[in-house]
Design a protein around this ligand. Structure first.
Ligand code: 6PG
Length: 467
């Protein structure tokens, strides 16, 4: 008997949380998992919500329990497991059914899967889900790709379970095939840059101004009351107040300074480069995580090269202004990648809507995103660039001197600020109408007869060094 409006396959942290969220909003959810013992345990722990959950141990019973056209959400590792599951479940489905991949996936794979399934009249949706376990349980931000047909099926459920910003559900159909997964990938790239810059500010205060973690946490908590209000600032403020129950030391001091990364930040950088862009702040953040994992090399280098860092005198206000300018530049780099991809893949992405979908529920939610969506809605961005929207240029004009001051002081004092420094390099490069690539062109022509364009003249030219 068909009893469920949606099926969830994969009852790990995110899958369970999403299934419970749907059940809480009154949807009947069929649930299953590769390890069968998880299914009963999950339903048992669901309390009164169990009423809406329909546990199925066998895949055919799971599929048969779904209303048609079916919707099946997979919350399993991306890559080979996803392909294997598609292979197993597709023969049980009928034209018009939709399979959703709700994990972080490479959008090229999503495009391929959507095209393969379309040949069988099946729909494949790549959906970015942000907000971690709490978000998934009580209101994630969701970036949906795939066909209009699938969006019509999914819309009522996703709008009901999404986070809300002033009543507006933070979910939308952003474009076909891989658009949803791509937007989520770029979201994560921005997330990496923002996290790195917060870490850099922490480092400047901790090692340049001898502030304690709790003092720095208190500053971030103040930032979170103003224009820098955001989830990442909020949690960093909290993290810095904790003491290690074992040693009594600040918790951050007992955590090894080697960052993990699952790949989405790297994908953003790789795609940016493929699209002929440079998201140098995101690259700096990915690179900083890679360098951080070379702990033994860094320890040896500190011994041999010296690790001294100079004292800094930077006010909290200067740091806050610098951070605001850099944060705008980080978002701007993300939107530039989205713009290139939108063109390349014919997605017609709506940047204002993407900013709106990010205003609540997701990891990069911040007060600034409301201004960013307004800037895109206003449409008066020269060359389509976020940094050239009047609202943004005003902030940049006011805050850029602070960014320059912070980066200059950090560099002079030997403090590494790869992402803040990249923000400044991006800004200073882009504000020059005539840069220095004329030299590169001259060199290329000199050694390889590559030719160059001449200002004000058509055609390809060569220098007098060839006469
Ligand atoms: C989110 C997060 C989430 C997660 C990733 C990134 O939006 O909820 O981005 O998807 O944090 O797993 O993790 P890494 O830092 O390991 O790349």
């Amino acid at each position: 008997m068909s009893e469920a409006q949606i099926g969830v396959y994969g009852l790990g942290t995110m899958g369970s949380a999403l299934a419970l969220n749907m059940a809480e909003h009154g949807f009947d959810v069929a649930v299953t998992n590769r390890e069968r013992e998880w299914i009963t345990a999950f339903v048992k722990e669901a309390g009164p919500l169990a009423e809406r959950l329909h546990p199925k141990e066998e895949l055919d019973a799971f599929v048969a329990s779904l209303k048609t056209p079916r919707i099946i959400l997979f919350m399993i590792p991306s890559g080979a497991p996803m392909d294997a599951m598609i292979g197993t479940i597709a023969p049980l489905l009928e034209p018009g059914d939709t399979i959703i991949d709700g994990g972080n996936a490479d959008f090229h794979a999503t495009r391929r899967r959507a095209a393969e399934l379309a040949e069988r009249d099946l729909h494949f949706v790549g959906m970015g889900v942000s907000g971690g376990e709490k978000g998934a349980r009580h209101g994630p931000s969701m970036m949906v790709g795939g066909s209009d047909h699938s969006w019509q099926q999914l819309k009522p459920i996703l709008r009901a379970i999404a986070a809300r910003f002033e009543g507006d559900p933070c979910v939308d159909h952003l474009g076909p095939d891989g658009a949803g997964h791509f937007v989520k990938t770029v979201h994560n790239g921005i997330e990496y840059a923002d996290m790195q810059m917060i870490a850099e500010v922490y480092g400047l205060l901790r090692y340049g101004a001898a502030r304690t973690p709790s003092e720095i946490g208190a500053m971030f908590a103040r930032w979170d009351q103003g224009r820098l209000k955001s989830y990442l600032i909020e949690i960093t403020a909290k993290v810095l107040t904790y003491a290690d129950p074992e040693s009594g030391h600040p918790m951050v001091d007992v955590i090894k300074d080697a960052a993990g990364q699952k790949g989405t930040g790297r994908w953003t950088v790789v795609e940016a480069v493929r699209l002929g862009q440079s998201a140098n702040m995101i690259e700096a953040a990915v690179g900083a995580r890679s360098w951080s994992s070379e702990k033994t090399v860094r320890m040896a280098a500190e011994r041999i090269l010296g690790g001294t860092r100079g004292a800094l005198e930077l006010s909290d206000d200067t740091l806050a202004e610098a951070f605001l300018a850099a944060r705008i530049l980080g978002y701007a780099q993300g939107f530039r990648i989205l713009a290139s991809a939108s063109q390349e893949y014919d997605w017609t992405l709506d940047f204002a809507r993407i900013a709106e979908v990010w205003r609540a529920g997701c990891i990069i939610r911040s007060a600034l995103l409301d201004d960013i969506s307004e800037a895109f809605r206003g449409g008066d961005l020269a060359e389509g660039q976020l940094i050239l929207a009047p609202k943004m240029t005003q902030i940049l004009e006011k805050c850029l001197p602070a960014l320059r001051q912070v980066v200059a002081a950090a560099v002079a004092g030997g403090h590494a600020v790869p992402a803040l420094g990249a923000a400044l390099a991006f800004f200073d490069t882009m504000r020059q109408g005539y840069g220095t690539a004329n030299i590169i062109q001259a060199q290329r022509d000199f050694f390889g007869y590559h030719g160059f364009e001449r200002l004000g003249q058509e055609g390809r030219h060569h220098g007098p060094w060839w006469d």
